[in-house]
Design a protein around this ligand. Structure first.
Ligand code: PMP
Length: 412
């Protein structure tokens, strides 16, 4: 077997899932973007319900103007790492603004959220250290542990009692364990039981990191995430997050009250050995942070939309994730059914994310329907209507087949 042979099995598995006329959900091409909520996939104009554009800020006039200004004033890219020539005044200013927003001593800006996890967890926790994490944590958290070579202990998803059991087993070492959870989990859209987790940490010790990638701008009175919403910010040692969701650009960050965060800059390879975010991204994030604070009604709108979608899909009898949130997960059947369902939704004018096992829990395909503050109620209703049209076929247990896609196409 040569180096490249191992990919042929992967290619075969993928090809077996996709029938003749179907589009592939793996690496979908969105051919045109019209707005935060509308685009074109092939010949279909679709409502975009598979983005992480929670506040709809990708087309915000202030963000676009700030990015355009930076592009003209500072050029297209920094061409260097934060450590060398890639720290501009604006990177520095954004760090100060993030620290202020989160009420923390310092902030570090990374080139992506993925790198923020690698650059913090992977640097803090080495082979002598233990990371206790929720089993459903994002791949970047697992990769960070692998990079640092730390000892990983997983606890059952959202189960604070299981977390306590595992922390207790560590005895004295519990006090120096890094506990990692997420604000909102991207697969099912549910939130960590943060108050319970903090309670365990207060009793047994440890350092707590919360990845608020999906919850910044979404949860908390000021949009600071789950730690704010749960009233436990003082117990959270570090928050990591991304600019690629509510803030509508690309990049990542970490904030902390620990003075050592600043020293991480000298040791963090994912901070040192990659180019920094371009000035236009940084400028639009700075503007987005301001818009997010100035317009809390966006968050309210997001939740109104989420509630409308969740109750609409629940009323149709779909099996949904356990908690209301901006990501509504709909469990389907086999991977083949998932692919057919996803295709049919496109034909009905709705784009969502398809997740297949093993990434989806329980061995079943699921679609993640993501809501934005920029969706109109009419668009939310169109999404629900599209799910309604496919319901009889799914509910009857009939496999969602190519026939379903053709039926949808003629109805569309
Ligand atoms: N953490 C979590 C929980 C995420 O869901 C994601 C992105 N899906 C990331 C980190 C990585 O963020 P980015 O896209 O900025 O690399």
């Amino acid at each position: 077997m040569t180096l490249f042979d191992k990919f042929s099995k992967l290619a075969q598995d993928r090809a077996a899932l996709i029938q003749d006329k179907q589009k592939s959900p793996f690496g979908t091409r969105i051919d045109q973007i019209y707005s935060p909520t509308e685009g074109r996939v092939g010949d279909r104009r679709v409502v975009l319900a598979g983005t992480n554009n929670y506040l709809g800020l990708t087309f915000d006039p202030d963000c676009i103007a700030a990015a355009r200004h930076a592009l003209e004033e500072e050029g297209t890219g920094t061409t260097g790492s934060r450590m060398a020539n890639g720290t501009y005044g604006s990177h520095w200013a954004l760090e100060a603004e993030l620290a202020e927003f989160f009420g923390r001593r310092s902030a570090m800006v990374f080139s992506t959220g993925y790198l923020a996890n690698l650059g913090t967890i992977g640097t803090l926790a080495g082979p002598e250290d233990i990371v206790l994490l929720d089993a459903d944590c994002h791949a970047s958290i697992y990769d960070a542990c692998r990079m640092g070579g730390s000892q990983v202990i997983r606890f059952r998803h959202n189960d604070a009692a299981d977390m306590e059991k595992r922390l207790r087993r560590l005895g004295d070492r519990a006090r120096d364990t890094l506990i990692v959870v997420e604000g909102i989990y991207s697969m099912l859209g549910d939130q960590a039981p943060l108050a319970d987790i903090v309670d365990v940490k207060r009793r047994l010790g440890g350092f707590l990191m919360v990845d608020e990638a999906h919850s910044v701008g979404v949860l908390g009175e000021h949009g600071r995430g789950l730690a704010e919403a749960a009233g436990v910010e003082a117990d959270v040692d570090m928050i990591v997050g991304t600019f690629s969701k509510s803030l509508g650009a690309i990049g990542g960050f970490a904030v902390s009250q620990h003075p050592e965060l600043d020293l991480l800059r000298y040791a963090s390879r994912p901070y040192i050995f990659t180019a920094s975010s371009s000035p236009s991204s940084i400028a639009s994030v700075r503007a987005a942070l301001k818009v997010m604070q100035a317009r809390p009604e966006l968050r309210q709108r997001l939740w109104d939309n989420a509630g409308r979608l969740y109750s609409g899909l629940a009323a149709l009898g779909y099996s949904l994730g356990p908690q209301l949130g901006p990501v509504v997960a709909v469990t389907l059947g086999s991977p083949q059914e998932g692919v057919a369902f996803w295709n049919a939704l496109i034909e009905h004018g709705v784009y969502v994310n398809l997740v297949l096992p093993p990434a989806s829990p329980g061995g079943q395909a699921l679609v993640r329907v993501s809501v934005s503050a920029a969706h109109s109620f009419e668009q939310i209703d169109r999404i629900v209507e599209a799910f309604d049209r496919m319901r009889p076929l799914v509910a009857s247990g009939e496999p969602a087949s190519a026939q379903l896609v053709e039926g949808a196409a003629s109805a569309g």
